[in-house]
Design a protein around this ligand. Structure first.
Ligand code: ZN
Length: 272
């Protein structure tokens, strides 16, 4: 889960009222996972980490990964390299101050990262990243070619220093690599999403689904004056059914023989 509020997900650069929060969606996810005995990887936006400090400390002690997701949820590709480095360092230090230990994982907002910026992530002491997607048609996303990395297991890559990349799951449909998470997971019709997910699971490859608190929150999405009808629909469609859908996909994974690990668990198992 990318631990960010509604304004980070859909309005990161707009002047909207941030006093209202949909962060209860994090508690909904944790409740589902607790009942099923599942641990996950949570990528936290630095500027809201202090407001979640008790929750993050508890999650950390329960075995979830607490990782970084930039300081203000600005796309890395819209920052120059020095801005990217300094805001990421700030976010990392903030989360480390709260947890009292090193933060090892990172994911770029909107997966909008390139290989140069990924090397900054490694320089700052992170041990792994999960921002790689198969190529996307939308220019919103970035692309990691991963020079110097080898694929050590399907969808998992390592360089010679042991820094690892965990690819977020997509399913190829025609010429498109469809994302199996995020807003797509909420908005696409369930029969289609179920068919795509089952098709992916038949490969036996590791499956990384990602969601946001906004997808699972029980609260109403605020009415926002920016963004137009397109954004209105993207922030509203499917929210009522998402909890049920989240459980359905976890059932699908179990039925197909998948077990659940955090990315950090997987990294340390592979690295020995
Ligand atoms: Zn995000």
């Amino acid at each position: 889960m990318d631990v960010e509020d509604w304004y980070h997900t859909y309005f990161p650069e707009d002047n909207v009222d941030r006093s209202y929060s949909l962060m209860d969606g994090l508690d909904v996810a944790l409740d589902v996972m607790r009942k099923r005995g599942i641990k996950g990887s949570f990528f936290v936006v630095g500027e809201i980490a202090a407001s979640l400090s008790d929750t993050l400390k508890r999650m950390d002690s329960e075995g979830h990964d607490i990782a970084c997701h930039n300081n203000e949820h600005i796309r890395p590709l819209s920052m120059d390299k020095e801005q990217f480095r300094s805001q990421l360092l700030k976010a990392k230090q903030e989360v480390e101050r709260i947890l009292g230990h090193a933060v090892l994982g990172y994911r770029a907002p909107s997966f909008a990262i390139d290989d140069e910026r990924l090397s900054i992530v490694e320089d700052l002491g992170f041990k792994w990243d999960s921002s790689k997607l198969q190529p996307q048609k939308s220019t919103k996303y970035g692309y990691l070619a991963l020079p110097g990395f080898t694929e050590v297991s399907p969808c998992i890559y390592s360089n010679k220093e042991g820094f690892m990349e965990f690819e977020v799951s997509t399913q190829k449909i025609g010429s498109m690599n469809m994302l199996l998470g995020g807003g797509y997971f909420r908005m696409l019709p369930w029969p289609f999403m179920k068919w795509m997910t089952k098709r992916y699971l038949r490969t036996g490859n590791p499956y990384i689904m990602y969601i946001h608190p906004i997808d699972l929150s029980h609260r109403r999405m605020p009415k926002v004056k920016v963004g137009g009808i397109n954004k209105y629909l993207r922030t509203h469609i499917g929210r009522r059914h998402m909890l049920q859908r989240f459980n359905k996909v976890l059932d699908l994974l179990e039925k197909n023989g998948y077990s659940f690990v955090t990315i950090e668990q997987l990294r340390s198992e592979i690295n020995g």
